[in-house]
Ligand binder design. Structure first.
Ligand SMILES: [Zn+2]
Length: 301
């Protein structure tokens, strides 16, 4: 081995060791979590009664949730159980979902009866307070962002200061925000199809109110569950723009709820503490006007 090769090899080993040491030192994030993508759908209510889901949140250190469900009854159940949610130390931020059933996923953007339903739900409010947002909704083809009801709902959200949780691709972000440039759009999964980080960055720069929720985001973490270098860089660049979510869209996600939150705590631990706290809690708390988590009557086990 030549001298230069030896040096290069030494440098490689030293860097690798440093990397490992730094990785081992990073403690998982231990502060409060705000789950900004939680569904309590029809099929979850039986197997996972309120006490059960609140127990999962409490054991995970989840102190606030964006609640939405198909149909909206599950959200209403969470928002009506004031004693139970207070005892669990969980603040419920209710969203109106656009789906009465699975068929609505595919046609809501042009279905006037869904616009009517949203207006009725907003007018009724919930025992936990008014609805604070609309969604989650899906657009499997970005062009459907131009559907008449999609346009009206974006404009409604902008006029009423409601957040919008949208599972869409990057092109649909442009289309939705063309209807309502000031709307507070939360991009569910921040591009579940894996929009390149450069494209995510460009959209965050273009739309100062756009937020990214991070469940299911491809390439967010490495094989060991630690934050990837390019996502870490993006988060340091836009510390106020990202949110954590569980996306309990099927019951299996409720089964693994505590694991999902543990996984989030692991990659959050790879960030400076203030940035981690913002993504875990503070960014969502600011969006919905919450302060620090309310005190729980029951101590966390
Ligand atoms: Zn979802």
């Amino acid at each position: 081995m030549g001298k230069q090769q030896t040096l290069r090899r030494f440098a490689f080993v030293a860097l690798t060791t440093l990397g490992l040491v730094a990785g081992a030192r990073a403690e998982p994030y231990a502060g409060p979590l705000f789950d900004t993508h939680l569904h309590y759908n029809e099929e979850a209510v039986g197997p996972y009664p309120l006490a059960d889901v609140l127990g999962r949140m409490q054991r995970s250190g989840v102190r606030a949730i964006v609640a939405n469900s198909r149909p909206n009854d599950g959200t209403r159940a969470l928002a009506s159980a004031l004693d139970q949610t207070r005892a669990a130390g969980v603040t419920v931020v209710p969203f109106v979902r656009l789906y009465r059933n699975r068929a609505d996923y595919n046609g809501w953007f042009k279905d006037e009866s869904i616009h009517t339903m949203v207006l009725e739900q907003l007018a009724a409010g919930t025992p936990a307070g008014p609805f604070r947002g609309i969604g989650e909704f899906h657009l499997y083809e970005s062009a459907n962002a131009n559907g008449a009801v999609a346009r009206k709902l974006m404009q409604l959200a902008q006029a009423k200061g409601l957040a919008v949780l949208a599972h869409v691709d990057d092109d649909a972000i442009d289309l939705l925000l063309a209807h309502a440039p000031e709307a507070r759009l939360i991009w569910a999964h921040t591009g579940i199809g894996g929009a390149p980080v450069a494209r995510v960055r460009a959209l965050l720069l273009k739309y100062p109110k756009l937020m990214g929720e991070l469940s299911y985001r491809p390439d967010l973490t490495d094989a060991n569950g630690h934050l990837s270098a390019e996502w870490r860089t993006l988060m340091l660049e836009f510390p106020g723009r990202f949110l954590v979510g569980s996306d309990t869209w099927v019951n299996a996600r409720w089964d693994s709820y505590e694991t999902l939150m543990t996984q989030a705590r692991l990659w959050l631990g790879d960030l400076p503490p203030a940035v981690a706290k913002g993504i875990a809690w503070g960014n969502a708390a600011a969006l919905f006007g919450l302060g620090e988590p309310v005190e729980s009557k029951n101590k966390r086990p």
